[in-house]
Design a protein around this ligand. Structure first.
Ligand code: ZN
Length: 273
């Protein structure tokens, strides 16, 4: 009898132990965790850390039936800062087609262009016609180089571009017949947006006075899209001097100012090569 009681006691103790083990090892399923689809978690983990630059709420881009797109090629240079100061004071956006020439020296200027709500677009890394227009491969290598340089500064690889000399240039014929036709077809079918201009400020040609630049622009303004070609390379002091008056004329005559985006009507020249 005593033996039976002992066995019974052991069974009771074992039961209690088993109950304790079960109680402590039970984890209440978290309803919250179950609600998060695994897809979202993966997405969060894979998100790359972006180069965060806060875009200031200035230079509002306003598209109307009379719009001016100020565009600056060949920068950045020591003059770009003055251009940015005028644009900021006038609260006007613009588009910069940048090169790699001085980009390492003026990283802060590129950052400022982006931060102050302008479009940072690309022109060319080298801007050397004999190189970029001698083969399709060279052109696209050069384009990749400048896009990567901009990416390192603002965390964006621009898809808005302008060909050196514009898409109508004939210089390229000397290096590779038909290259502009091939390049532009390639750009169009690969989600790049190339922009020429329909108003030339004439500041590319030698020593041009600020009055000549001003007149070249304002006498050609019309309804619709006005894409103005200007330059912010180191020799273009008179462009900076003319800028304020061009903006004032535009404002006084009912024009709005906008930056080029993927939605801007693509102004393309006639291709001659
Ligand atoms: Zn250029």
């Amino acid at each position: 009898m005593e033996k039976e009681v002992k066995i019974f006691k052991i069974i009771i103790i074992l039961d209690i132990l088993l109950l304790m083990i079960c109680t402590f090892s039970y984890v209440k399923p978290s309803s919250k965790l179950q609600q998060i689809p695994s897809k979202n978690i993966t997405h969060k983990i894979l998100m790359p850390k972006t180069n965060k630059i806060t875009i200031k709420n200035i230079n509002k881009s306003v598209v109307s039936n009379k719009t001016i797109y100020l565009t600056f090629d060949d920068g950045p240079s020591y003059l770009t800062e003055s251009i940015l100061n005028i644009l900021k004071a006038e609260n006007v956006p613009a588009t910069f087609f940048v090169t790699a020439n001085k980009i390492d020296e003026y990283k802060d200027i590129i950052r400022r262009e982006y931060e102050e709500n302008h479009t940072v677009a690309v022109h060319s890394a080298t801007h050397v016609y004999s190189y970029i227009y001698s083969s399709d491969q060279n052109y696209f290598n050069d384009l990749t180089e400048i896009r990567n340089k901009v990416f390192k500064i603002i965390g964006i690889k621009p898809r808005i571009i302008r060909l050196p000399g514009g898409s109508s240039n004939t210089i390229s014929k000397k290096y590779s017949p038909g290259i502009i036709t091939r390049i532009t077809n390639n750009l169009n079918s690969n989600n790049f947006y190339y922009y020429d201009w329909n108003i030339d400020s004439t500041d590319a040609s030698g020593c041009v006075s600020k009055d000549q630049i001003y007149n070249s622009v304002i006498t050609h303004l019309k309804s619709g899209t006005n894409i103005i070609l200007m330059h912010d390379s180191a020799t273009k002091k008179t462009t900076v001097e003319a800028l304020q008056s061009i903006i004032e004329y535009g404002k006084q005559n009912g024009y709005t100012f906008a930056k080029i985006t993927k939605n801007t009507p693509q102004i393309h020249h006639h291709i001659n090569n």
